[in-house]
Design a protein around this ligand. Structure first.
Ligand SMILES: Cc1cc2nc3c(=O)[nH]c(=O)nc-3n(C[C@H](O)[C@H](O)[C@H](O)COP(=O)(O)OP(=O)(O)OC[C@H]3O[C@@H](n4cnc5c(N)ncnc54)[C@H](O)[C@@H]3O)c2cc1C
Length: 460
């Protein structure tokens, strides 16, 4: 419990309407997109400016109060859960798009801008911000930068870090620091912008973001490929990438999920398919035509049972609706969902899929496979129930083996969701101990009192 005088001071800084203390409000900020953890904060503050963020952090630092930064709360690694209580600093009222510059192909935004609002504003200008986490209706750009998020379009366009030109960050001390800028090139000193990108709210609160943009592609074509075998589908992905065409999206949906989506949102998906690949190519109309034909050809040669080229925008939208319905369909199916995020090199996709299938059989579990196949980032998701210790134990053993399989194939522990609470147990296995030590030293310099998102990334 925070002392009443501290609550009064917070009210003076952000205004009394922007300080939440009722049980109902605190509960709303006690969880994120994971199903394993909840923890109540003592108070939630909703600042509207960098200066307010600075004063909140100064007060928290002087009084050694934990502060958990939060955007939309859609994270899938527990990052925005206030596991040590204290203050949740939520940025959703800092939601202004400050500038969109068509000539310079960049934009400056506050961290609480919801990704879909940004996409809509950019589309009006014929512009495009490619990273597309499938939580776009709720996640914020601050959260995207703090997690270095990805999404389907990253196979061609790269993840968020490839678009961050500059940041304004408030440090634990309350100091406001400007990093990088708005130019497309900037080689001034150490690359501190990248240090804060992906820092999961542990090094500072991001209060302004300068982003690189692209012109919106003129044309797109979407393809659905139906496979009878998931390993063959995985090989097809590697074959496409090796053929010289980089589609803008290659997504993977396994049979359990195809049936589940069709059950909840009937849209004519082939429920007998073992695996669906959803692909998109974008660019100029002529290039898209050529690429789509080459992709269709490679899919057929790689053993697809059937390939469908969307005949119009409505059919293409249906394909992608199936993909965006995936997480809701999965999370509504089990009490506890273990959503893995390992990533393997692109030529190891089929090997990894086969490994996941064997692990599912060995432990008698439903392991749903879905995600960004083109990046080697297929999420194996285990449906379990932490109240059933026997089942949960099997699920945890399976997760362990999935991670081992990915790491042994030269993969990474997290492709896009971050470490947070969910993956900290595995960090030592996945990272050079000297690198972990270096990260802890950086944390110690920037946040000596460990007030910013304590309890995250490494086990304490
Ligand atoms: C249905 C669904 C689909 C998803 N699909 C994808 C996907 O395709 N790709 C993907 O990468 N992720 C995906 N995610 C995960 C999640 O949406 C992303 O990680 C997203 O970037 C989180 O944004 P947020 O605003 O919700 O952040 P939050 O969950 O609020 O916070 C995430 C982390 O960022 C920190 N943080 C937030 N704002 C700031 C700030 N201003 N300054 C410093 N730190 C901050 C928090 O402390 C926390 O550690 C999905 C989630 C869901 C629920």
């Amino acid at each position: 419990m925070l002392k009443p005088e501290l609550i009064s001071q917070l009210k003076k800084i952000v205004g009394k309407e922007a300080v939440l203390t009722s049980k109902e409000d605190l509960t709303t900020y006690s969880y994120d997109g994971t199903t394993m953890w909840t923890h109540m904060p003592d108070v939630v503050v909703l600042p509207t400016s960098s200066e307010q963020v600075s004063q909140v952090l100064k007060l928290a630092n002087e009084n050694r109060i934990p502060v958990t930064p939060r955007g939309g709360g859609t994270g899938l690694s527990g990052g925005s859960i206030p596991i040590k209580g204290g203050i949740v600093l939520c940025t959703t009222k800092m939601n202004k798009i400050l500038e969109i510059n068509k000539t310079n192909l960049n934009a400056t935004v506050e961290p609480g801008v919801v990704l879909q609002d940004f996409n809509i504003a950019l589309a009006k200008e014929g512009l495009f911000f490619p990273p597309d986490p499938q939580s776009f209706f709720g996640c914020t750009i601050g959260g995207n930068v703090a997690e270095n998020a990805g999404g389907p379009a990253c196979v061609k366009y790269g993840v968020v870090k490839q678009y961050v030109l500059g940041l304004e960050v408030v440090l634990a001390s309350g100091e406001i620091v400007k990093l990088g800028g708005v130019t497309s090139k900037n080689r001034t000193g150490y690359e501190l912008v990248m240090l804060f990108t992906g820092s999961e709210g542990t090094l500072g609160v991001i209060t302004k973001i300068m982003l690189r943009l692209l012109p919106k592609p003129l044309a797109q074509k979407s393809i659905m490929a139906i496979f009878d075998d998931m390993v063959v589908a995985g090989e097809a992905v590697s074959n496409i990438l090796a053929s010289g065409v980089i589609p803008s999206k290659i997504e993977f949906i396994g049979n359990w999920l195809i049936r589940r989506i069709e059950e909840l949102t009937p849209m004519g998906l082939p429920v007998d398919a073992n695996t669906l690949l959803l692909l998109q190519t974008d660019g100029t109309p002529k290039a898209v035509e050529v690429d789509a034909n080459q992709i269709l050809d490679t899919l057929k040669k790689s053993g697809a049972r059937e390939v469908r080229l969307a005949k119009d925008d409505a059919e293409a939208a249906m394909f992608w609706k199936a993909r965006s319905a995936a997480m809701g369909a999965i999370y509504s199916a089990a009490y506890t969902v273990l959503n893995e995020d390992v990533t393997v090199p692109r030529d190891k996709i089929a090997h990894f899929i086969q490994g996941a299938e064997e692990i599912a059989n060995k432990y008698g579990l439903t392991i749903v496979l879905v995600g960004h196949a083109g990046d080697g980032n297929i999420h194996p998701i285990i449906l379990t129930d932490q109240r059933d210790s026997e089942h949960f134990d099997r699920a945890e053993k399976a997760i362990d083996e999935i991670i081992e399989t990915a790491l042994a194939a030269g993969g990474a522990l997290s492709g896009e969701h971050g470490i947070g609470l969910a993956k900290q147990h595995f960090l030592k296995r996945a990272m050079d101990p000297v690198a972990i030590d270096l990260m802890k030293k950086i944390k110690g310099i920037l946040d000596p009192n460990n007030i910013l998102n304590p309890g995250k990334i490494w086990e304490e």
